[in-house]
Design a binder for this molecule. Structure first.
Ligand SMILES: Nc1ncnc2c1ncn2[C@@H]1O[C@H](COP(=O)(O)OP(=O)(O)OP(=O)(O)O)[C@@H](O)[C@H]1O
Ligand SMILES: [Mg+2]
Length: 347
């Protein structure tokens, strides 16, 4: 298939999802044209406040969006060139686990308390690889060892409650890697963990992706968490990508006032950056997204044009961009891309 040989691992284009019932007029436009790509071996971090559509995008990619209430109303999800939206459910089921896997936010509730951790990992080898119980447990122990759980051969027989939070998250990672996926989606994999353990889990994910040339989508609302591991960052707001760049350019030259706002609201690792300023106001209701730029009611720089004209996501001239295009959906992005954060935050 030469025409797909150069296709990225995952290509999401103009994805649109609604919740609610159009007949009752209570439709929430949750995804409003989300596009992003992930290549093999690349980590894309997806950032944004709660409710911006990060998880719904991931669920649509995985084919696990609840439908109804969710409805995919447009766009495309291609995995190595193959269109997944509308694909046969059996094909989707096969791809899940084998080709793409997802780690969920809450490892405690994702593990079943009545089975040993090992048995839960081994299940995939038994049912998808036809292995004996004994061989599957050996593989499970190898995976626990791979995710750096000490004494894996013993601990494989323990129950989830005997594992610490960090170890449970490691076990979830082990489970997601069992069938050697090419794409891993980690949806807030560290939110329930303390800061030191968060850093260890991030380091582990980063290492595993590099070793296996696995593509990863790392979903988080914590900019601090992704600094070390992301190759590229996409920032979501109200169901759209509002800025995307390689990680270094995004940190050095954030071009969207929303991205700048997110950066000003997290502590900097080097202790610099002065006081923390949360973004004023709240994200819009997805059943009444304001006209123009959806961020304009919260933006200190909004002008008339921002209240009427939706900015498209367009490439910027960022002389320091190290990799891909730096793109932002702000009418005045050029004004901000070279400015210091303070200049932009205080009008
Ligand atoms: N099953 C559902 N029924 C109705 N609305 C839903 C459903 N799932 C998600 N939504 C809505 O879709 C929007 C986007 O949700 P999503 O879970 O993708 O946000 P998120 O960016 O992952 O946020 P968080 O950081 O809190 O996880 C939210 O407004 C949410 O209320
Ligand atoms: Mg989420």
């Amino acid at each position: 298939m030469t025409e797909t040989a150069a296709a990225p691992l995952l290509e999401v284009s103009d994805l649109r999802v609604e919740f609610g019932n159009p007949r009752h007029g209570d439709v929430a436009s949750v995804l409003n044209g989300v596009s992003y790509q992930v290549s093999a071996g690349e980590t894309l971090a997806v950032l944004g406040e709660s409710g911006s559509g990060k998880s719904v995008t991931a669920q649509t990619v995985m084919g696990i969006l609840d439908t109804p209430p969710g409805r995919i109303t447009g766009g495309s999800v291609r995995f190595k060139g193959e269109e997944l939206l509308g694909a046969d459910p059996e094909r989707r089921r096969l791809l899940r686990g084998e080709s793409m896997a997802m780690i969920f936010q809450d490892a405690l509730s994702a593990l079943n308390p009545v089975y040993t951790v090992g048995a839960q990992i081994a299940e995939q080898f038994r049912f998808r690889r036809g292995m004996s119980r004994k061989d599957a447990m050996v593989k499970a122990a190898e995976l626990l060892d791979l995710v750096k759980i000490p004494n894996a051969a013993q601990r494989v027989r323990e129950y989830p409650h005997q594992f610490s939070g960090g170890m449970r998250q490691r076990a979830m990672i082990a489970m997601s890697l069992a069938l050697d996926p090419e794409l891993l989606i980690a949806d807030e994999p560290t939110t329930a963990l303390d800061v030191t353990v968060q850093a260890q889990i991030m380091e582990l994910l980063d290492e595993l992706c590099r070793e296996r040339t696995m593509g990863m989508i790392l979903i988080t609302h914590d900019l601090g968490v992704v600094a070390e591991v992301a190759d590229r960052i996409a920032v979501m707001y109200a169901g759209r990508i509002v800025e995307e760049a390689d990680a270094a350019s995004l940190y050095a030259h954030p071009a969207h006032p929303y991205t700048r706002g997110l950066m000003a609201s997290v502590p900097r690792l080097d202790g610099g950056g002065g006081q923390l300023d949360p973004i004023p106001g709240l994200p819009p209701s997805l059943s009444a997204i304001p006209p123009g730029c959806p961020f304009h009611p919260r933006c200190a720089h909004a002008e008339d044009r921002c209240r009427s004209e939706l900015p498209s996501l367009r490439a910027l001239d960022d002389p320091d961009a190290t990799g891909d295009d730096h793109r932002a959906a702000c009418h005045f992005a050029e004004r901000f891309v070279g400015a210091s954060p303070e200049e932009v935050l205080t009008p």
